[in-house]
Design a protein around this ligand. Structure first.
Ligand SMILES: Cc1cc2nc3c(=O)[nH]c(=O)nc-3n(C[C@H](O)[C@H](O)[C@H](O)COP(=O)(O)O)c2cc1C
Length: 148
């Protein structure tokens, strides 16, 4: 059975909810899924033993892109996660009213590419209330399922 890790950083619970929705969908599809809050994640060897790692992070800041606080701490040590050759994808919540819509998602995807990860799908960027993005979340999870 494919072994999927979902690591998320979320301040008000939006990205956390999406992480759990994605986990439920993947579990329904027969995947073995672990969900981990970035506040509890250790960078060293994070991707070891996983068939696929999904990273979720909301975006903060205004003039400059700021990753959600817990994820930002993990991101400082991202070189140590062992991403080379690992299947990965990124999702996150944001608000298109800000100049850098979901900038954190783009920053994480770019870093993963630099580290040699294999990005499996376009990033999932949710604008506003994730409760209204159920169809997008389902479609994205379906893509991930097919690629793992
Ligand atoms: C002070 C502040 C700054 C924000 N900056 C951005 C931003 O630069 N880009 C963006 O897409 N969303 C921005 N947002 C919107 C949040 O990312 C959005 O509310 C998101 O759903 C929070 O997700 P979370 O609950 O998982 O942390 C900002 C929100 C606040 C309150």
């Amino acid at each position: 059975m494919s072994n999927v890790l979902i690591v998320y950083g979320s301040t008000t619970g939006n990205t956390e909810g999406v992480a759990n929705d994605i986990a439920d969908l993947l579990k329904q599809g027969g995947k073995n899924v672990t969900v981990l809050n970035a506040s509890e994640a250790k960078a060293q060897g994070l991707c070891a033993g996983r068939d696929c790692v999904l990273f979720g992070c909301s975006t903060w800041g205004y003039d400059a892109v700021e990753l959600q606080d817990d994820f930002a701490s993990l991101f400082e040590a991202f070189d140590a996660i062992g991403a080379s050759g690992v299947k990965a994808a990124v999702f996150g919540c944001g608000d298109s009213g800000y100049p850098h819509f979901c900038g954190a998602v783009d920053a994480i995807a770019q870093k993963l590419e630099e580290l040699g990860a294999q990005l499996m799908a376009d990033s999932l960027k949710i604008d506003g209330d994730p409760a209204e993005a159920g169809d997008d979340i389902k479609a994205w999870a379906k893509n991930i399922m097919a690629a793992v």
